[in-house]
Design a protein around this ligand. Structure first.
Ligand SMILES: Nc1ncnc2c1ncn2[C@@H]1O[C@H](COP(=O)(O)OP(=O)(O)OP(=O)(O)O)[C@@H](O)[C@H]1O
Length: 266
């Protein structure tokens, strides 16, 4: 993925400007920042779903959003309605690009692939349950299975770990990283950096119309975050976790768990 002099504004509100960035194959890249800073919009620009205000974006050397791009997308979580007429395995099967399978083998081969994907995300036991009856975390695991079903070269994930318990956070981050090890470029939006800390190559931190790109060590510092937020923000490491203290109130994420009252998710 390549962005050059990219800016995105809605009316007179600029989310970011002057963004130059290359994300290479096999890179695990996270996008961080407070509510409304433009993280989802950044992913949508990479999907070709939102046009840049200025500058250019390319995915695999071409404009994004074309058929056959081999881009997997885990959208921000929305619950399925209880009456959605689809079983868990049907949702995963939607991620499989049918035309790449021989006609005679198609349904059996697709079934086998779906079974393997369900097993990978720990969803085998609810394969036949209607998706609308599953919990948020169970639905989320299916979305992950759907997004990786076709071995995408680019995997764009919008808060994929939200509403997962610790075990499944680890399992799902491991699956996303496995895709990266196979050569995919991963871009992952998150409010919680700690579950993916071991996998991360670089981060983009967006706040208040400004941004910083670099390794975790370069970006997640008291100096850099204080500058981005325009107020004193303390960043420290506790038992290998990153703890950020002093984020302005309005930037607390509404649905992220808060470990302690004075700690806020990074
Ligand atoms: N199509 C649009 N037209 C106008 N404003 C928009 C549009 N899409 C997004 N915005 C605004 O742009 C800002 C960034 O939105 P975005 O969803 O990218 O934020 P985010 O960083 O992903 O936030 P969150 O952490 O809450 O998910 C928000 O203030 C949003 O209201």
């Amino acid at each position: 993925m390549r962005l050059r002099n990219a800016s995105l504004a809605f009316g007179d509100r600029t989310l970011w400007a002057g963004l130059d960035l290359d994300i290479r194959e096999g890179e695990f890249f996270a996008v961080l920042g407070p509510n409304g800073s433009g993280k989802t919009t950044f992913l949508k620009a990479l999907l070709g779903a939102v046009p840049l205000t200025t500058g250019t974006v390319e995915v695999g050397g071409r404009a994004p959003g074309r058929r056959g791009d081999h881009v997997g997308y885990i959208p921000q979580q929305k619950m399925f309605a209880p009456t959605t007429p689809m079983r868990a395995r049907d949702l995963v099967a939607l991620g499989i690009d049918g035309h790449r399978w021989g006609i005679r083998l198609r349904s059996r081969a697709v079934d086998r692939r779906v079974d393997a994907l369900l097993a990978k995300v720990g969803a085998t036991e609810y394969a036949k349950v209607p998706v609308g009856l599953l919990s948020g975390g169970e639905q989320q695991r299916l979305r992950v299975a759907q997004a990786i079903a076709d071995n995408p070269r680019v995997l764009l994930c919008d808060e994929p770990l939200l509403s997962l318990d610790l075990n499944h956070q680890q399992a799902v981050s491991g699956l996303i990283d496995a895709q990266r090890r196979e050569g995919a470029a991963v871009v992952l939006v998150t409010h919680e950096i700690n579950p993916i800390l071991d996998y991360l190559d670089r981060v983009l931190y967006i706040a208040d119309g400004k941004f910083r790109i670099g390794t975790v060590e370069e970006v997640m510092t008291t100096e850099v975050l204080s500058e981005l937020y325009g107020s004193r923000v303390e960043v420290s490491r506790v038992n290998g976790r990153i703890v950020v203290v002093g984020l302005p109130d309005a930037t607390t994420h509404a649905h992220a768990p808060e470990p302690h009252q004075e700690e806020q998710p990074a």
